[in-house]
Ligand binder design. Structure first.
Ligand code: ADP
Ligand code: MG
Length: 694
């Protein structure tokens, strides 16, 4: 239940003075529906005003002048400004208006009157001009005119100044709250109390006060991330308290492990034992297996499924596309068959008798393993005793599909264990914000014997040389990808150039050139991909659709056109499509010069390493504090105060703090626990804001 102390903050914004039916929608859009949301809307800029005279006016700064109005100079032609001339002891000051004319100005700035005006100074020849002054007040009201004014987000007809007024009123209604931070930690940071920090954030004195590094902003950011981490930690704890089947490896696991044509890497062995520990614990597993493309996640999944079957349960593996599901089935079914286990495939397109057979086998428990697409978790499918659900490339699934899966796997007592797998290595900080409620295993070691991929970056004018080399390699029977960018803002143009590229390559290399792109119907797309996988095509021109884990070991060349337009992680993923077989592989990053410094740095990172975790960390570091778009793409929660890049040190501390709290005082009954409860309620305990944002 929400603590009473928070009631004023959870009141509707229409309780703020001046917020009626007309203002409410605009304010709600800018801030949110609650007083809390308005109090949490911080200024993003600062106007600093300085007293000036006509003689001392500094161009580009915001000046405050006390002048006497001398003359109105109406514009002679449309498009010319209307001017009001004034003077002080040192010279003339011209107020310049482009859209306001005549009467209203004559009334507010009558000739002979004295006014204190403020605005950004421009010089036009020798003339001091103030275009559209932001204040023009009577001299006795000069104190109304703040020398430092915080600028708030505006919109929907609300000016920054109005929003500021509402924000300050919301702030006035904000109570001081019990201190939820560990006293020693807070002392070390030198932070003020929460209420004072919020107050300070609304009253910046210098530009530095607006920076993420400002102490008040850091404190607010830490509190927000702490609330989020507490929510994630609670969810993790709740899951661990759910009973789940006890699954122990037996003879089947041993036989399958022995049948693998390779020894597990150290990282695979570690992951397998972490998973086994979860499966035997009797508590519900919720684990993320993170590992770069080619790190060998499938073998880990296989052994986990084997344990489930050993203990008399069913296991299901779900992939995001039909082609991936088929590929998994092709790889896994023979291994299972060798030990006498039937592994069926279930994809959306299946119809008729085969589908019915698969469904009844799952329903009566006679089929122990199934591989499929999300068709697996649709209504018609029932499992006799599903013990383990595995989701490959889990980030490819939408929220709805993930929820369906969860429901099918059983959310109550006795539900299935869940293992999710991701081939997108992410930095620790991102892992904490996105998957703080999961346990994580990392495959940070590649299977032995992989040949390094030779990566080079070349400007577009080297295209002819690239084509010549490509022709030679194709002659020898190798296959190649040619990737063209396709971005949402630019679909038509990008599509046209991908198609044009395919036409040009066909003209040069003939029929064994195919094209796939995201706008094609799914079946057609998968048809082309399948033809490439079957080596009926030598060269596959593609927009980024090939990112989705297809495995064509014979493909050894990856050419990425306009590589400067791709993100680091994306380039790494794309490159991961080659270097999967025994042949020597190459990746060519073709770019359109001149490169920006950032683009150059990005290409250099990809060129210099194949370590996905390292690339992810670099990617993260290069984003700096800005790029909200990139952050959203990364699936970050919609924080109000925190910037997980700028505040990453605090994020790690908040995660540790939350973990400790749950271990020491899981019921939030100590004094600090009760204060933390208030913090959680203040932020609504929403661990899944990230999911709801997309
Ligand atoms: P991903 O992590 O991308 O799903 P896969 O599981 O598809 O990777 O494995 C990639 C390739 O590496 C497969 O051909 C697989 O057989 C092989 N592989 C996996 N583990 C090992 C290992 N320990 N030693 C040698 N090869 C391995
Ligand atoms: Mg895989």
């Amino acid at each position: 239940m929400r603590p009473q102390i928070l009631f004023p903050l959870f009141a509707d914004i229409d309780t703020l003075k001046g917020v009626g039916p007309r203002v409410r929608p605009a304010l709600s859009k800018i801030a949110g529906p609650l007083v809390r949301d308005v109090a949490f809307t911080l200024p993003h800029n600062l106007v600093q005003r300085r007293r000036m005279t006509a003689a001392s006016a500094i161009e580009g700064e915001v000046g405050v002048f006390e002048i006497q109005i001398d003359q109105h100079i109406p514009n002679r032609k449309p498009g010319q400004p209307y001017k009001v001339r004034g003077f002080d002891d040192t010279g003339w000051v011209h107020l310049v208006y482009f859209k306001t004319y005549g009467d209203s100005l004559l009334k507010s700035l009558p000739v002979g009157a004295r006014r204190v005006i403020s605005g950004k100074v421009e010089r036009y020849g020798s003339e001091v001009q103030i275009p559209h002054p932001d204040y023009a007040v009577l001299p006795e009201k000069a104190s109304d005119l703040p020398l430092i004014e915080a600028v708030y987000p505006a919109g929907g007809g609300l000016s920054s100044r109005q929003v500021r007024r509402f924000a300050l009123e919301a702030l006035a209604q904000t109570p001081a709250l019990p201190e939820w931070q560990d006293p020693a930690w807070r002392a070390r940071q030198g932070w003020s109390g929460w209420r004072d920090a919020l107050e300070a954030a609304h009253h910046p004195q210098t530009m530095a006060d607006l920076e993420p590094a400002a102490p008040a902003r850091r404190r607010l950011a830490f509190d927000e991330m702490l609330a989020h981490q507490l929510a994630l930690a609670q969810r993790k704890r709740a899951r661990r308290r759910l009973a789940a089947p006890v699954i122990t490896p037996g003879p089947l696991s041993a036989a399958l492990e022995a049948a693998l044509p390779f020894d597990l890497t150290g990282a695979q062995t570690r992951a397998v034992s972490e998973i086994r520990a979860d499966l035997t614990s009797g508590a519900r597993m919720g684990r993320l297996l993170q590992g770069d493309v080619g790190s060998g996640k499938t073998a880990v999944a296989l052994l986990a499924m084997a344990s489930a079957i050993d203990s008399g349960f069913q296991a299901a593996l779900m992939a995001p596309t039909e082609i991936l599901a088929r590929q998994h089935h092709t790889n896994l079914a023979p291994l299972f068959a060798d030990v006498g286990i039937d592994c069926v495939l279930l994809v959306g397109r299946d119809k008729g008798a085969a589908r019915l057979r698969a469904l009844s086998g799952l329903a009566d428990g006679s089929t122990p393993v199934v591989v499929g697409t999300h068709a697996l978790f649709q209504e018609a499918v029932t499992f006799a005793n599903l013990g383990l659900a595995i989701v490959d490339e889990q980030h490819r699934f939408g929220v709805a599909q993930r929820n369906q899966l969860q429901a099918k796997a059983g959310s109550g007592e006795g539900g299935a264990h869940l293992l999710t797998m991701s081939a997108t290595p992410i930095p620790r900080t991102l892992e904490l914000t996105q998957y703080g409620d999961l346990d994580v295993s990392r495959l940070d070691e590649k299977p032995p014997g992989r040949q390094p991929i030779t990566t080079s970056a070349l400007p577009m004018d080297r295209m002819e040389a690239v084509l010549e080399r490509l022709g030679q390699v194709i002659q020898t029977g190798a296959q190649a990808y040619w990737i063209c960018p396709l971005v949402a803002e630019n679909v038509e143009v990008d599509l046209a150039s991908a198609e044009a590229r395919a036409v040009a390559l066909k003209a040069r290399f003939g029929d064994r050139v195919g094209l796939v792109h995201g706008q094609m119907p799914g079946a057609e797309r998968e048809g082309v991909m399948a033809a490439f996988a079957a080596n009926e095509l030598s060269l596959l021109v593609a927009t980024t659709v090939v990112e989705v884990g297809v495995d064509v070991p014979n493909a050894t060349i990856m050419i990425i056109e306009q590589a400067e337009r791709f993100g680091l992680a994306q380039l790494h993923q794309l490159r991961g499509r080659v270097g999967r077989g025994s042949g020597k592989s190459a990746c060519v990053l073709l770019y359109d010069p001149p490169l920006t410094q950032v683009a150059q740095a990005r290409l250099e990172v990809v060129r210099s390493t194949e370590d996905g975790f390292l690339i992810a960390e670099q990617d993260w570091a290069m984003r700096g504090g800005g790029d909200p778009l990139g952050l959203r793409q990364a699936g970050l929660p919609a924080y109000r105060f925190a910037d997980p890049v700028a505040h990453r040190d605090l994020l790690l501390a908040a995660a540790d703090d939350a973990r400790l709290q749950l271990a020491r005082d899981p019921d939030f009954s100590s004094e600090r626990g009760r204060a933390l409860w208030v913090l959680g309620e203040l932020f609504d305990w929403k661990p899944d804001r990230a999911e709801r944002a997309d």
